[in-house]
Design a protein around this ligand. Structure first.
Ligand code: UD1
Ligand code: CA
Length: 444
């Protein structure tokens, strides 16, 4: 059994999001906020996770299970406060965890390092550790009341006296407990307060009365800020994007204009990758070392091999798989296609449901006609083949190794290796035609 249990509260309605989607399923950097929180919780030492969700939220449960198949999901039927929510997971608390850390599903920027500090505080002898922050605007938050630097209570805004309201050190919502002491503390929490809720924060004063040590740890406000509306969602996205860019640069990626590059939580960029301005990475992208992603390119669900060049203005869609030194130029779209080492598609082409052999050269304006209106079909292009500009390859079709397709061809049949195929109307020349046509026109 793990030493630590994380209890993630995710029963919030999130009405201020004005959304059909529950708040914790809104994404930042391509991943649900709940999944970010769970990822932070499981990044360190082995830990168990319990997620508390609202009734009839199979979608939230599914997200939690997808993220962490072993997690336990509990339903809080009535929303009677944060302590009540934690008690919905009572069954999980029974096990003898050393530490139980409560956190909220709508604070996606929480880091593993901070959670680690909370766990350490319990190991260092505290019964409760609260993660506080200096709030620029404390309104709405619970305030950390201290006495000679020691945390003595948390007072919710609605229950605070004037002097307590002046406190700017606020409760982030992350609270760590000694697993041993927690059940007893929770059982003593009542709901005699301004909101008539069971406040988890009351556990601090209760612990003090029992001579249990309570401490606070401090985090940066940007890390613990909750997301309640789309404006805060955008702000959290911006922070996450900056983190992802910095992590990429720290690992050896050059970004010409980092702020114009959009990444996903799972974007993998190798050493010495160069990313130019205005590049968007969708989910599931990996780029090997030395590759260059030039300006205004859009990539998702694809793999770019070492020292390949993509863009400017390229689109790599899911299943695009580029081997080393492949070159994809401007206004080229690649989908579900493997391109062998050194293959080139430099201008204005669509390559979909295809395989392209090493060093093949696909001329400007080539289209793989993969869709007949009912099904998709495959185009296979052999090693070193040369596809002349403005050719249509009508799938299913195979072009042999080293074959040569004349420009402007419509290829409907397989072409053997080392063979020239021309599929277009022959050029016709009629000497003197222009003069005859002009004189006819004048006569009219
Ligand atoms: C809570 C804290 C406050 C802290 C603030 C930080 C309490 C009593 N107050 O206040 O000290 O400064 O967070 O943002 O803990 N939830 C449930 N079930 C419930 C109630 C809440 O799952 O019955 C979940 C919510 O989904 C949310 C979190 O707990 O994720 C916080 O609840 P909320 O009602 O927003 O608490 P605050 O009043 O903001
Ligand atoms: Ca809140």
């Amino acid at each position: 059994m793990a030493d630590t249990l994380f209890v993630v509260l995710a029963a919030g309605e999130g009405t201020r999001m004005r959304s059909a989607l529950p708040k914790v399923l809104h994404k930042i950097a391509g991943r649900e906020m709940l999944a970010h929180v769970m990822a932070a919780a499981t990044a360190g030492a082995e830990a168990d996770i319990a997620v508390v969700i609202g009734p009839d939220r199979e979608d939230v449960a599914a997200c939690a299970r997808a993220m962490h198949p072993g997690c336990k999901v509990f339903v809080q039927t009535d929303r009677l406060g944060t302590a009540h929510a934690v008690l919905a997971a009572r069954e999980a608390l029974k096990a003898d965890y050393k530490h139980v850390v409560v956190l909220f599903g709508d604070t996606p920027l929480i880091t593993p390092a901070t959670l680690e500090r909370m766990v350490s505080a319990i190991d260092e002898g505290a019964g409760i550790a609260v993660l506080g922050f200096e709030a620029e605007n404390p309104s709405g938050y619970g305030r950390l009341v201290t006495d000679a630097g020691e945390l003595t209570a948390i007072v919710e805004e609605k229950d605070a006296s004037e002097s307590e309201r002046a406190i700017t050190l606020c409760n982030s919502g992350v609270m760590a407990f000694s697993g041993q002491l927690m059940p007893n503390l929770l059982d003593q929490i009542g709901n005699d307060n301004a909101k008539g809720e069971y406040y988890l924060t009351d556990a601090v004063a209760i612990a003090r009365a029992l001579d249990v040590k309570t401490v606070s740890r401090i985090a940066d406000e940007t890390e613990v800020g909750g997301v309640n509306d789309r404006i805060q969602l955008a702000a959290a996205e911006a922070v996450m994007q900056q983190r992802l860019r910095e992590a990429a640069m720290a690992s050896g990626v050059t970004m010409r204009d980092p702020e114009s590059v959009y990444m996903q939580h799972d974007t993998k960029l190798g050493m010495d990758v160069i990313v130019e301005q205005n590049v968007v990475f969708g989910p599931g992208v990996s780029v090997e070392s030395g590759a260059e992603i030039r300006a205004f390119s859009h990539l998702e669900g694809c793999h770019v091999g070492a020292n390949a060049q993509v863009g400017p203005y390229a689109r790599l869609r899911p299943g695009a798989d580029l081997d080393a030194r492949v070159r994809i130029g401007n206004f080229v779209e690649i989908k579900n296609a493997h391109l062998g080492e050194g293959a080139k598609v430099n201008h204005l082409s669509y390559v979909g449901d295809a395989s392209v052999g090493a060093t093949a050269n696909i001329g400007a304006g080539t289209i793989t006609c993969n869709y007949d209106g009912v099904s998709k079909h495959k185009t296979e292009i052999g090693e070193g083949a040369f596809i002349g500009s403005n050719s249509s390859l009508v799938a299913p079709v195979r072009i042999g190794d080293g074959a040569y397709i004349g420009s402007g061809s419509v290829i409907t049949k397989n072409v053997d290796a080392e063979t020239l195929a021309v599929g277009r109307a022959r050029q016709v020349e009629i000497p003197g035609w222009v003069a005859r046509w002009r004189s006819k026109d004048k006569a009219k």
